[in-house]
Design a protein around this ligand. Sequence first.
Ligand SMILES: [Zn+2]
Ligand SMILES: [Zn+2]
Ligand SMILES: [Zn+2]
Length: 937
Amino acid sequence: MNEPKEPGKDYKDTLNLPQTDFPMKANLAQREPEFIRQWDEAKVYDKLLQKNAGRTKFVLHDGPPYANGHIHFGHILNKTLKDILVKYKSLSGFQSDFVPGWDCHGLPIEHQVDKELGPKKKSMSIVQVRQACRDYASKFVDIQREQFKRLGILARWEQPYLTMDYGYEATIARQLGKLVGKGMVYKGKKPVHWCIKDQTALAEAEVEYDNHLSPSIYVKFETVDSLKEVSPQLEGKKVQFVIWTTTPWTLPANLAVALHKSYTYAAIQVGDEILIFAEGLLDQVRKTLNIQEDRLLDRIPAKKLEGIATKHPFLERISKVVLSDHVTLDAGTGVVHIAPGHGQEDYDVGMRYGLPILNPVDNEGDFTPEVGVPELVGVSVFAANPQIVELLKSKGALMKAEETSHSYPHCWRCKSPVIFRSTPQYFISLSAQDLRGRALDAIRRTQWIPHWGRDRIYGMVENRTDWCISRQRSWGVPIMGFRCTACKESLLREDVIEGIAKRFEAEGADAYFKYSAEELLPPSIACPQCGGKTFEKETDILDVWFDSGVSYAAVLERRPDLQMPADIYLEGTDQHRGWFHSSLLTAVGTEGRAPYKAVLTHGFVVDGEGRKYSKSAKNYTPPEQVLNKLGAEVLRLWVAAEDYRNDIRFSTEILDRLVETYRKIRNTCRFLLGNLYDFKPEADWVKPAERVEIDRWALAALQEFIQRVTQAYEDYEFHVIYHSLNQFCTVTLSAFYLDILKDRLYTAKAAGRERRSAQSTIYDILRAITGLMAPILSFTAEEVHRHTPDYPGKAESVFLSDLPKTDEALLDTALLERFDKIDQVRQEVLKALEKARQEKVIGHSLEAQVRISAPGEWKKLLQENLQNWAHYFIVSQVVVAPEVEQPTWTGAGIEGLRVEVKKAEGEKCGRCWTRSITVGKNAAHPALCDRCGKVLS
Ligand SMILES: [Zn+2]
Ligand SMILES: [Zn+2]
Ligand SMILES: [Zn+2]
């Protein structure tokens, strides 16, 4: 028995004040690593997989980052989004195995290793260089793995997939073999992006556009034939086509000049020369070339000019006039110089007109003797530009030379400007087996989130050229082509590749470089061209995008917990031309379908002003610094809070705001925990139907919240969850429900039905919030889970618990509507109380009596809830009057509402601080109100 206190004594210890050792201060930076260690030790992730084993699968397939550096904010954004989604699916009961991957081959890594090795590389064998690359990639896999784990991401960190795993390398080889077997791979001489510095071909996705200063020159091509047939006015005159180019070094390979078939061309006389260019650019060209006086001689449709021979401006060669749709009126003269060895469109034109694919440039970017000008042999193409301009001038072919800054392709690794150069390369044909058509069809069958992603990748696949898959580098999977030593014919065969792939399983792709051609090839093999029996190995390796592209085969199809196709791929928008693209083409090529059902993309991390947020940006804070100061939880909240479909802003102001939100959520949880210190769920939980009305309302509001959040997870709209959680904690709970509840929780009989009703409700709320926030606020949810009173079936980790589900039976919409109205009245009364406080009528709201009146329906509402209004307003007395005559406040929000605030009647209860006329009436507890007196007796 609790001995009642004497009047005037402190009744504080008769109150049920909150108690909890859940700390107010999160200390995330210090405590998160401890959680991670415990998850590791308890094998929480393994247990989660066991728990859901055999259930419906949800496969998110991780796109592999390059193992070549420390993680940046882009990685944090991407991996955390994936983690949120996978955790949500796992908690919802799906078998959702998150297998992280790393892209280990390719130029991004070899380039770093080259830098580290320096001149030493020259004395190393290819196998040694490859080992150095493998070591380098391994090191960064380990570094990144620890960094990702530090973010609280649960995944198969100890069994990731690496594109340099032997099994993976074998799969790469086999997928290539399949395409070869289907006749989709060919060797051709085609212009490709070529990095002079790295001496390799580059794929479209490996090229970045940046500003570059180039020469801008106008060059005359004099006609050889008489133009009498075309235009009598031009007979016997010196007629010249005027072209414009920014790459003078491609002129030695010029083989034609192109016009657009539907343009009309103007022939103007300037002095004794006739110049021809597109009529649509007449004024512009006059201005650019500073032509003061001229005479328009004729207007000639392009078709009439096709086939006319012109003289190459400095070589003894004919360049014919051809027609091509790629000619535009955007810039230049509408007459385009064509070098089929140096440009994709030029190549296409060359193929149509049967022109040779001339490429007088070697791997280092120097001119070969084929250039035709002795002084240029051995000169680098960029260095040769001024020489060629001089040459044109001396031949009288130059009209104008200046410099222009324009968008120009650069190598993604070394950042040098790249050139277009035709070399023998291996290609995947987009037309063989109708790969393009089938890929487009697969795009149509895939869900793209956001939906514009579909148009983006569709356009890319529709318009792309054949995929150049060979690279002249060391670190990757070889293409496994062989050359007949007798006739030099190439040999690329599926059965040969399969034989070599078997070795890869045991020895990795190094096997190709370790063994001789004789050892690798089956003994019976003969050259199909000449019957020759001896071969040498070709040395090209595969484009690294092919490696990651076939991850559906190496990972999804090889791991029993996963499946092909994946439910979702989730990467940045740049992957429409990267991984989504290469995965699509390889999967459609080999399996006839896309490797994914849905593709979700996110934007990039930008600073507060929308500029790219990277190491080079000012105000850049490295991720480790944020982690060490604020912890991973705030970064996780940042990932969820921003709408990732746009670019994602990052700044200290944004972080500050998130820290503030985090604190509110944490404090809400702490309040809930603090009031459950004496609550034993198994014994004390009150059935919803038996709870106090406002508790039943809170349960209904909770169902709405669960519904909204669950839907947002299903729709991948994580920012909606962030806002809902924030709103629910701060507005619904802190500012309304919990505010009202305090009196009951603190002052009612500890084990009485009223308090247990309140506790049951906050317990239900706490468990729901904990589960729903676990995918995002993983550390905090786990911490709250541990502090939650034990209940039957309580799991050792929040991640081994089930996600709360909406209980339709508790979703009492009539009650929700009624409390919407009650809250409206309350908002008005709070304003009235605030006014009365300012006017010094009252201090604390419990000093107040509220007299209130309203017309019509509102009046009914007031009368119905008569006994509850004092609790809802947190005042001592409420009188619903027929008409309040001297209102403190007339509700702006509710017409006709009148509120008067005056001093409450009676004395202040020494325990609950309510004013009541019952204080002093109880003989045993004269300092207490009637209600408190009953509680204590
Ligand atoms: Zn480069
Ligand atoms: Zn041969
Ligand atoms: Zn009291």
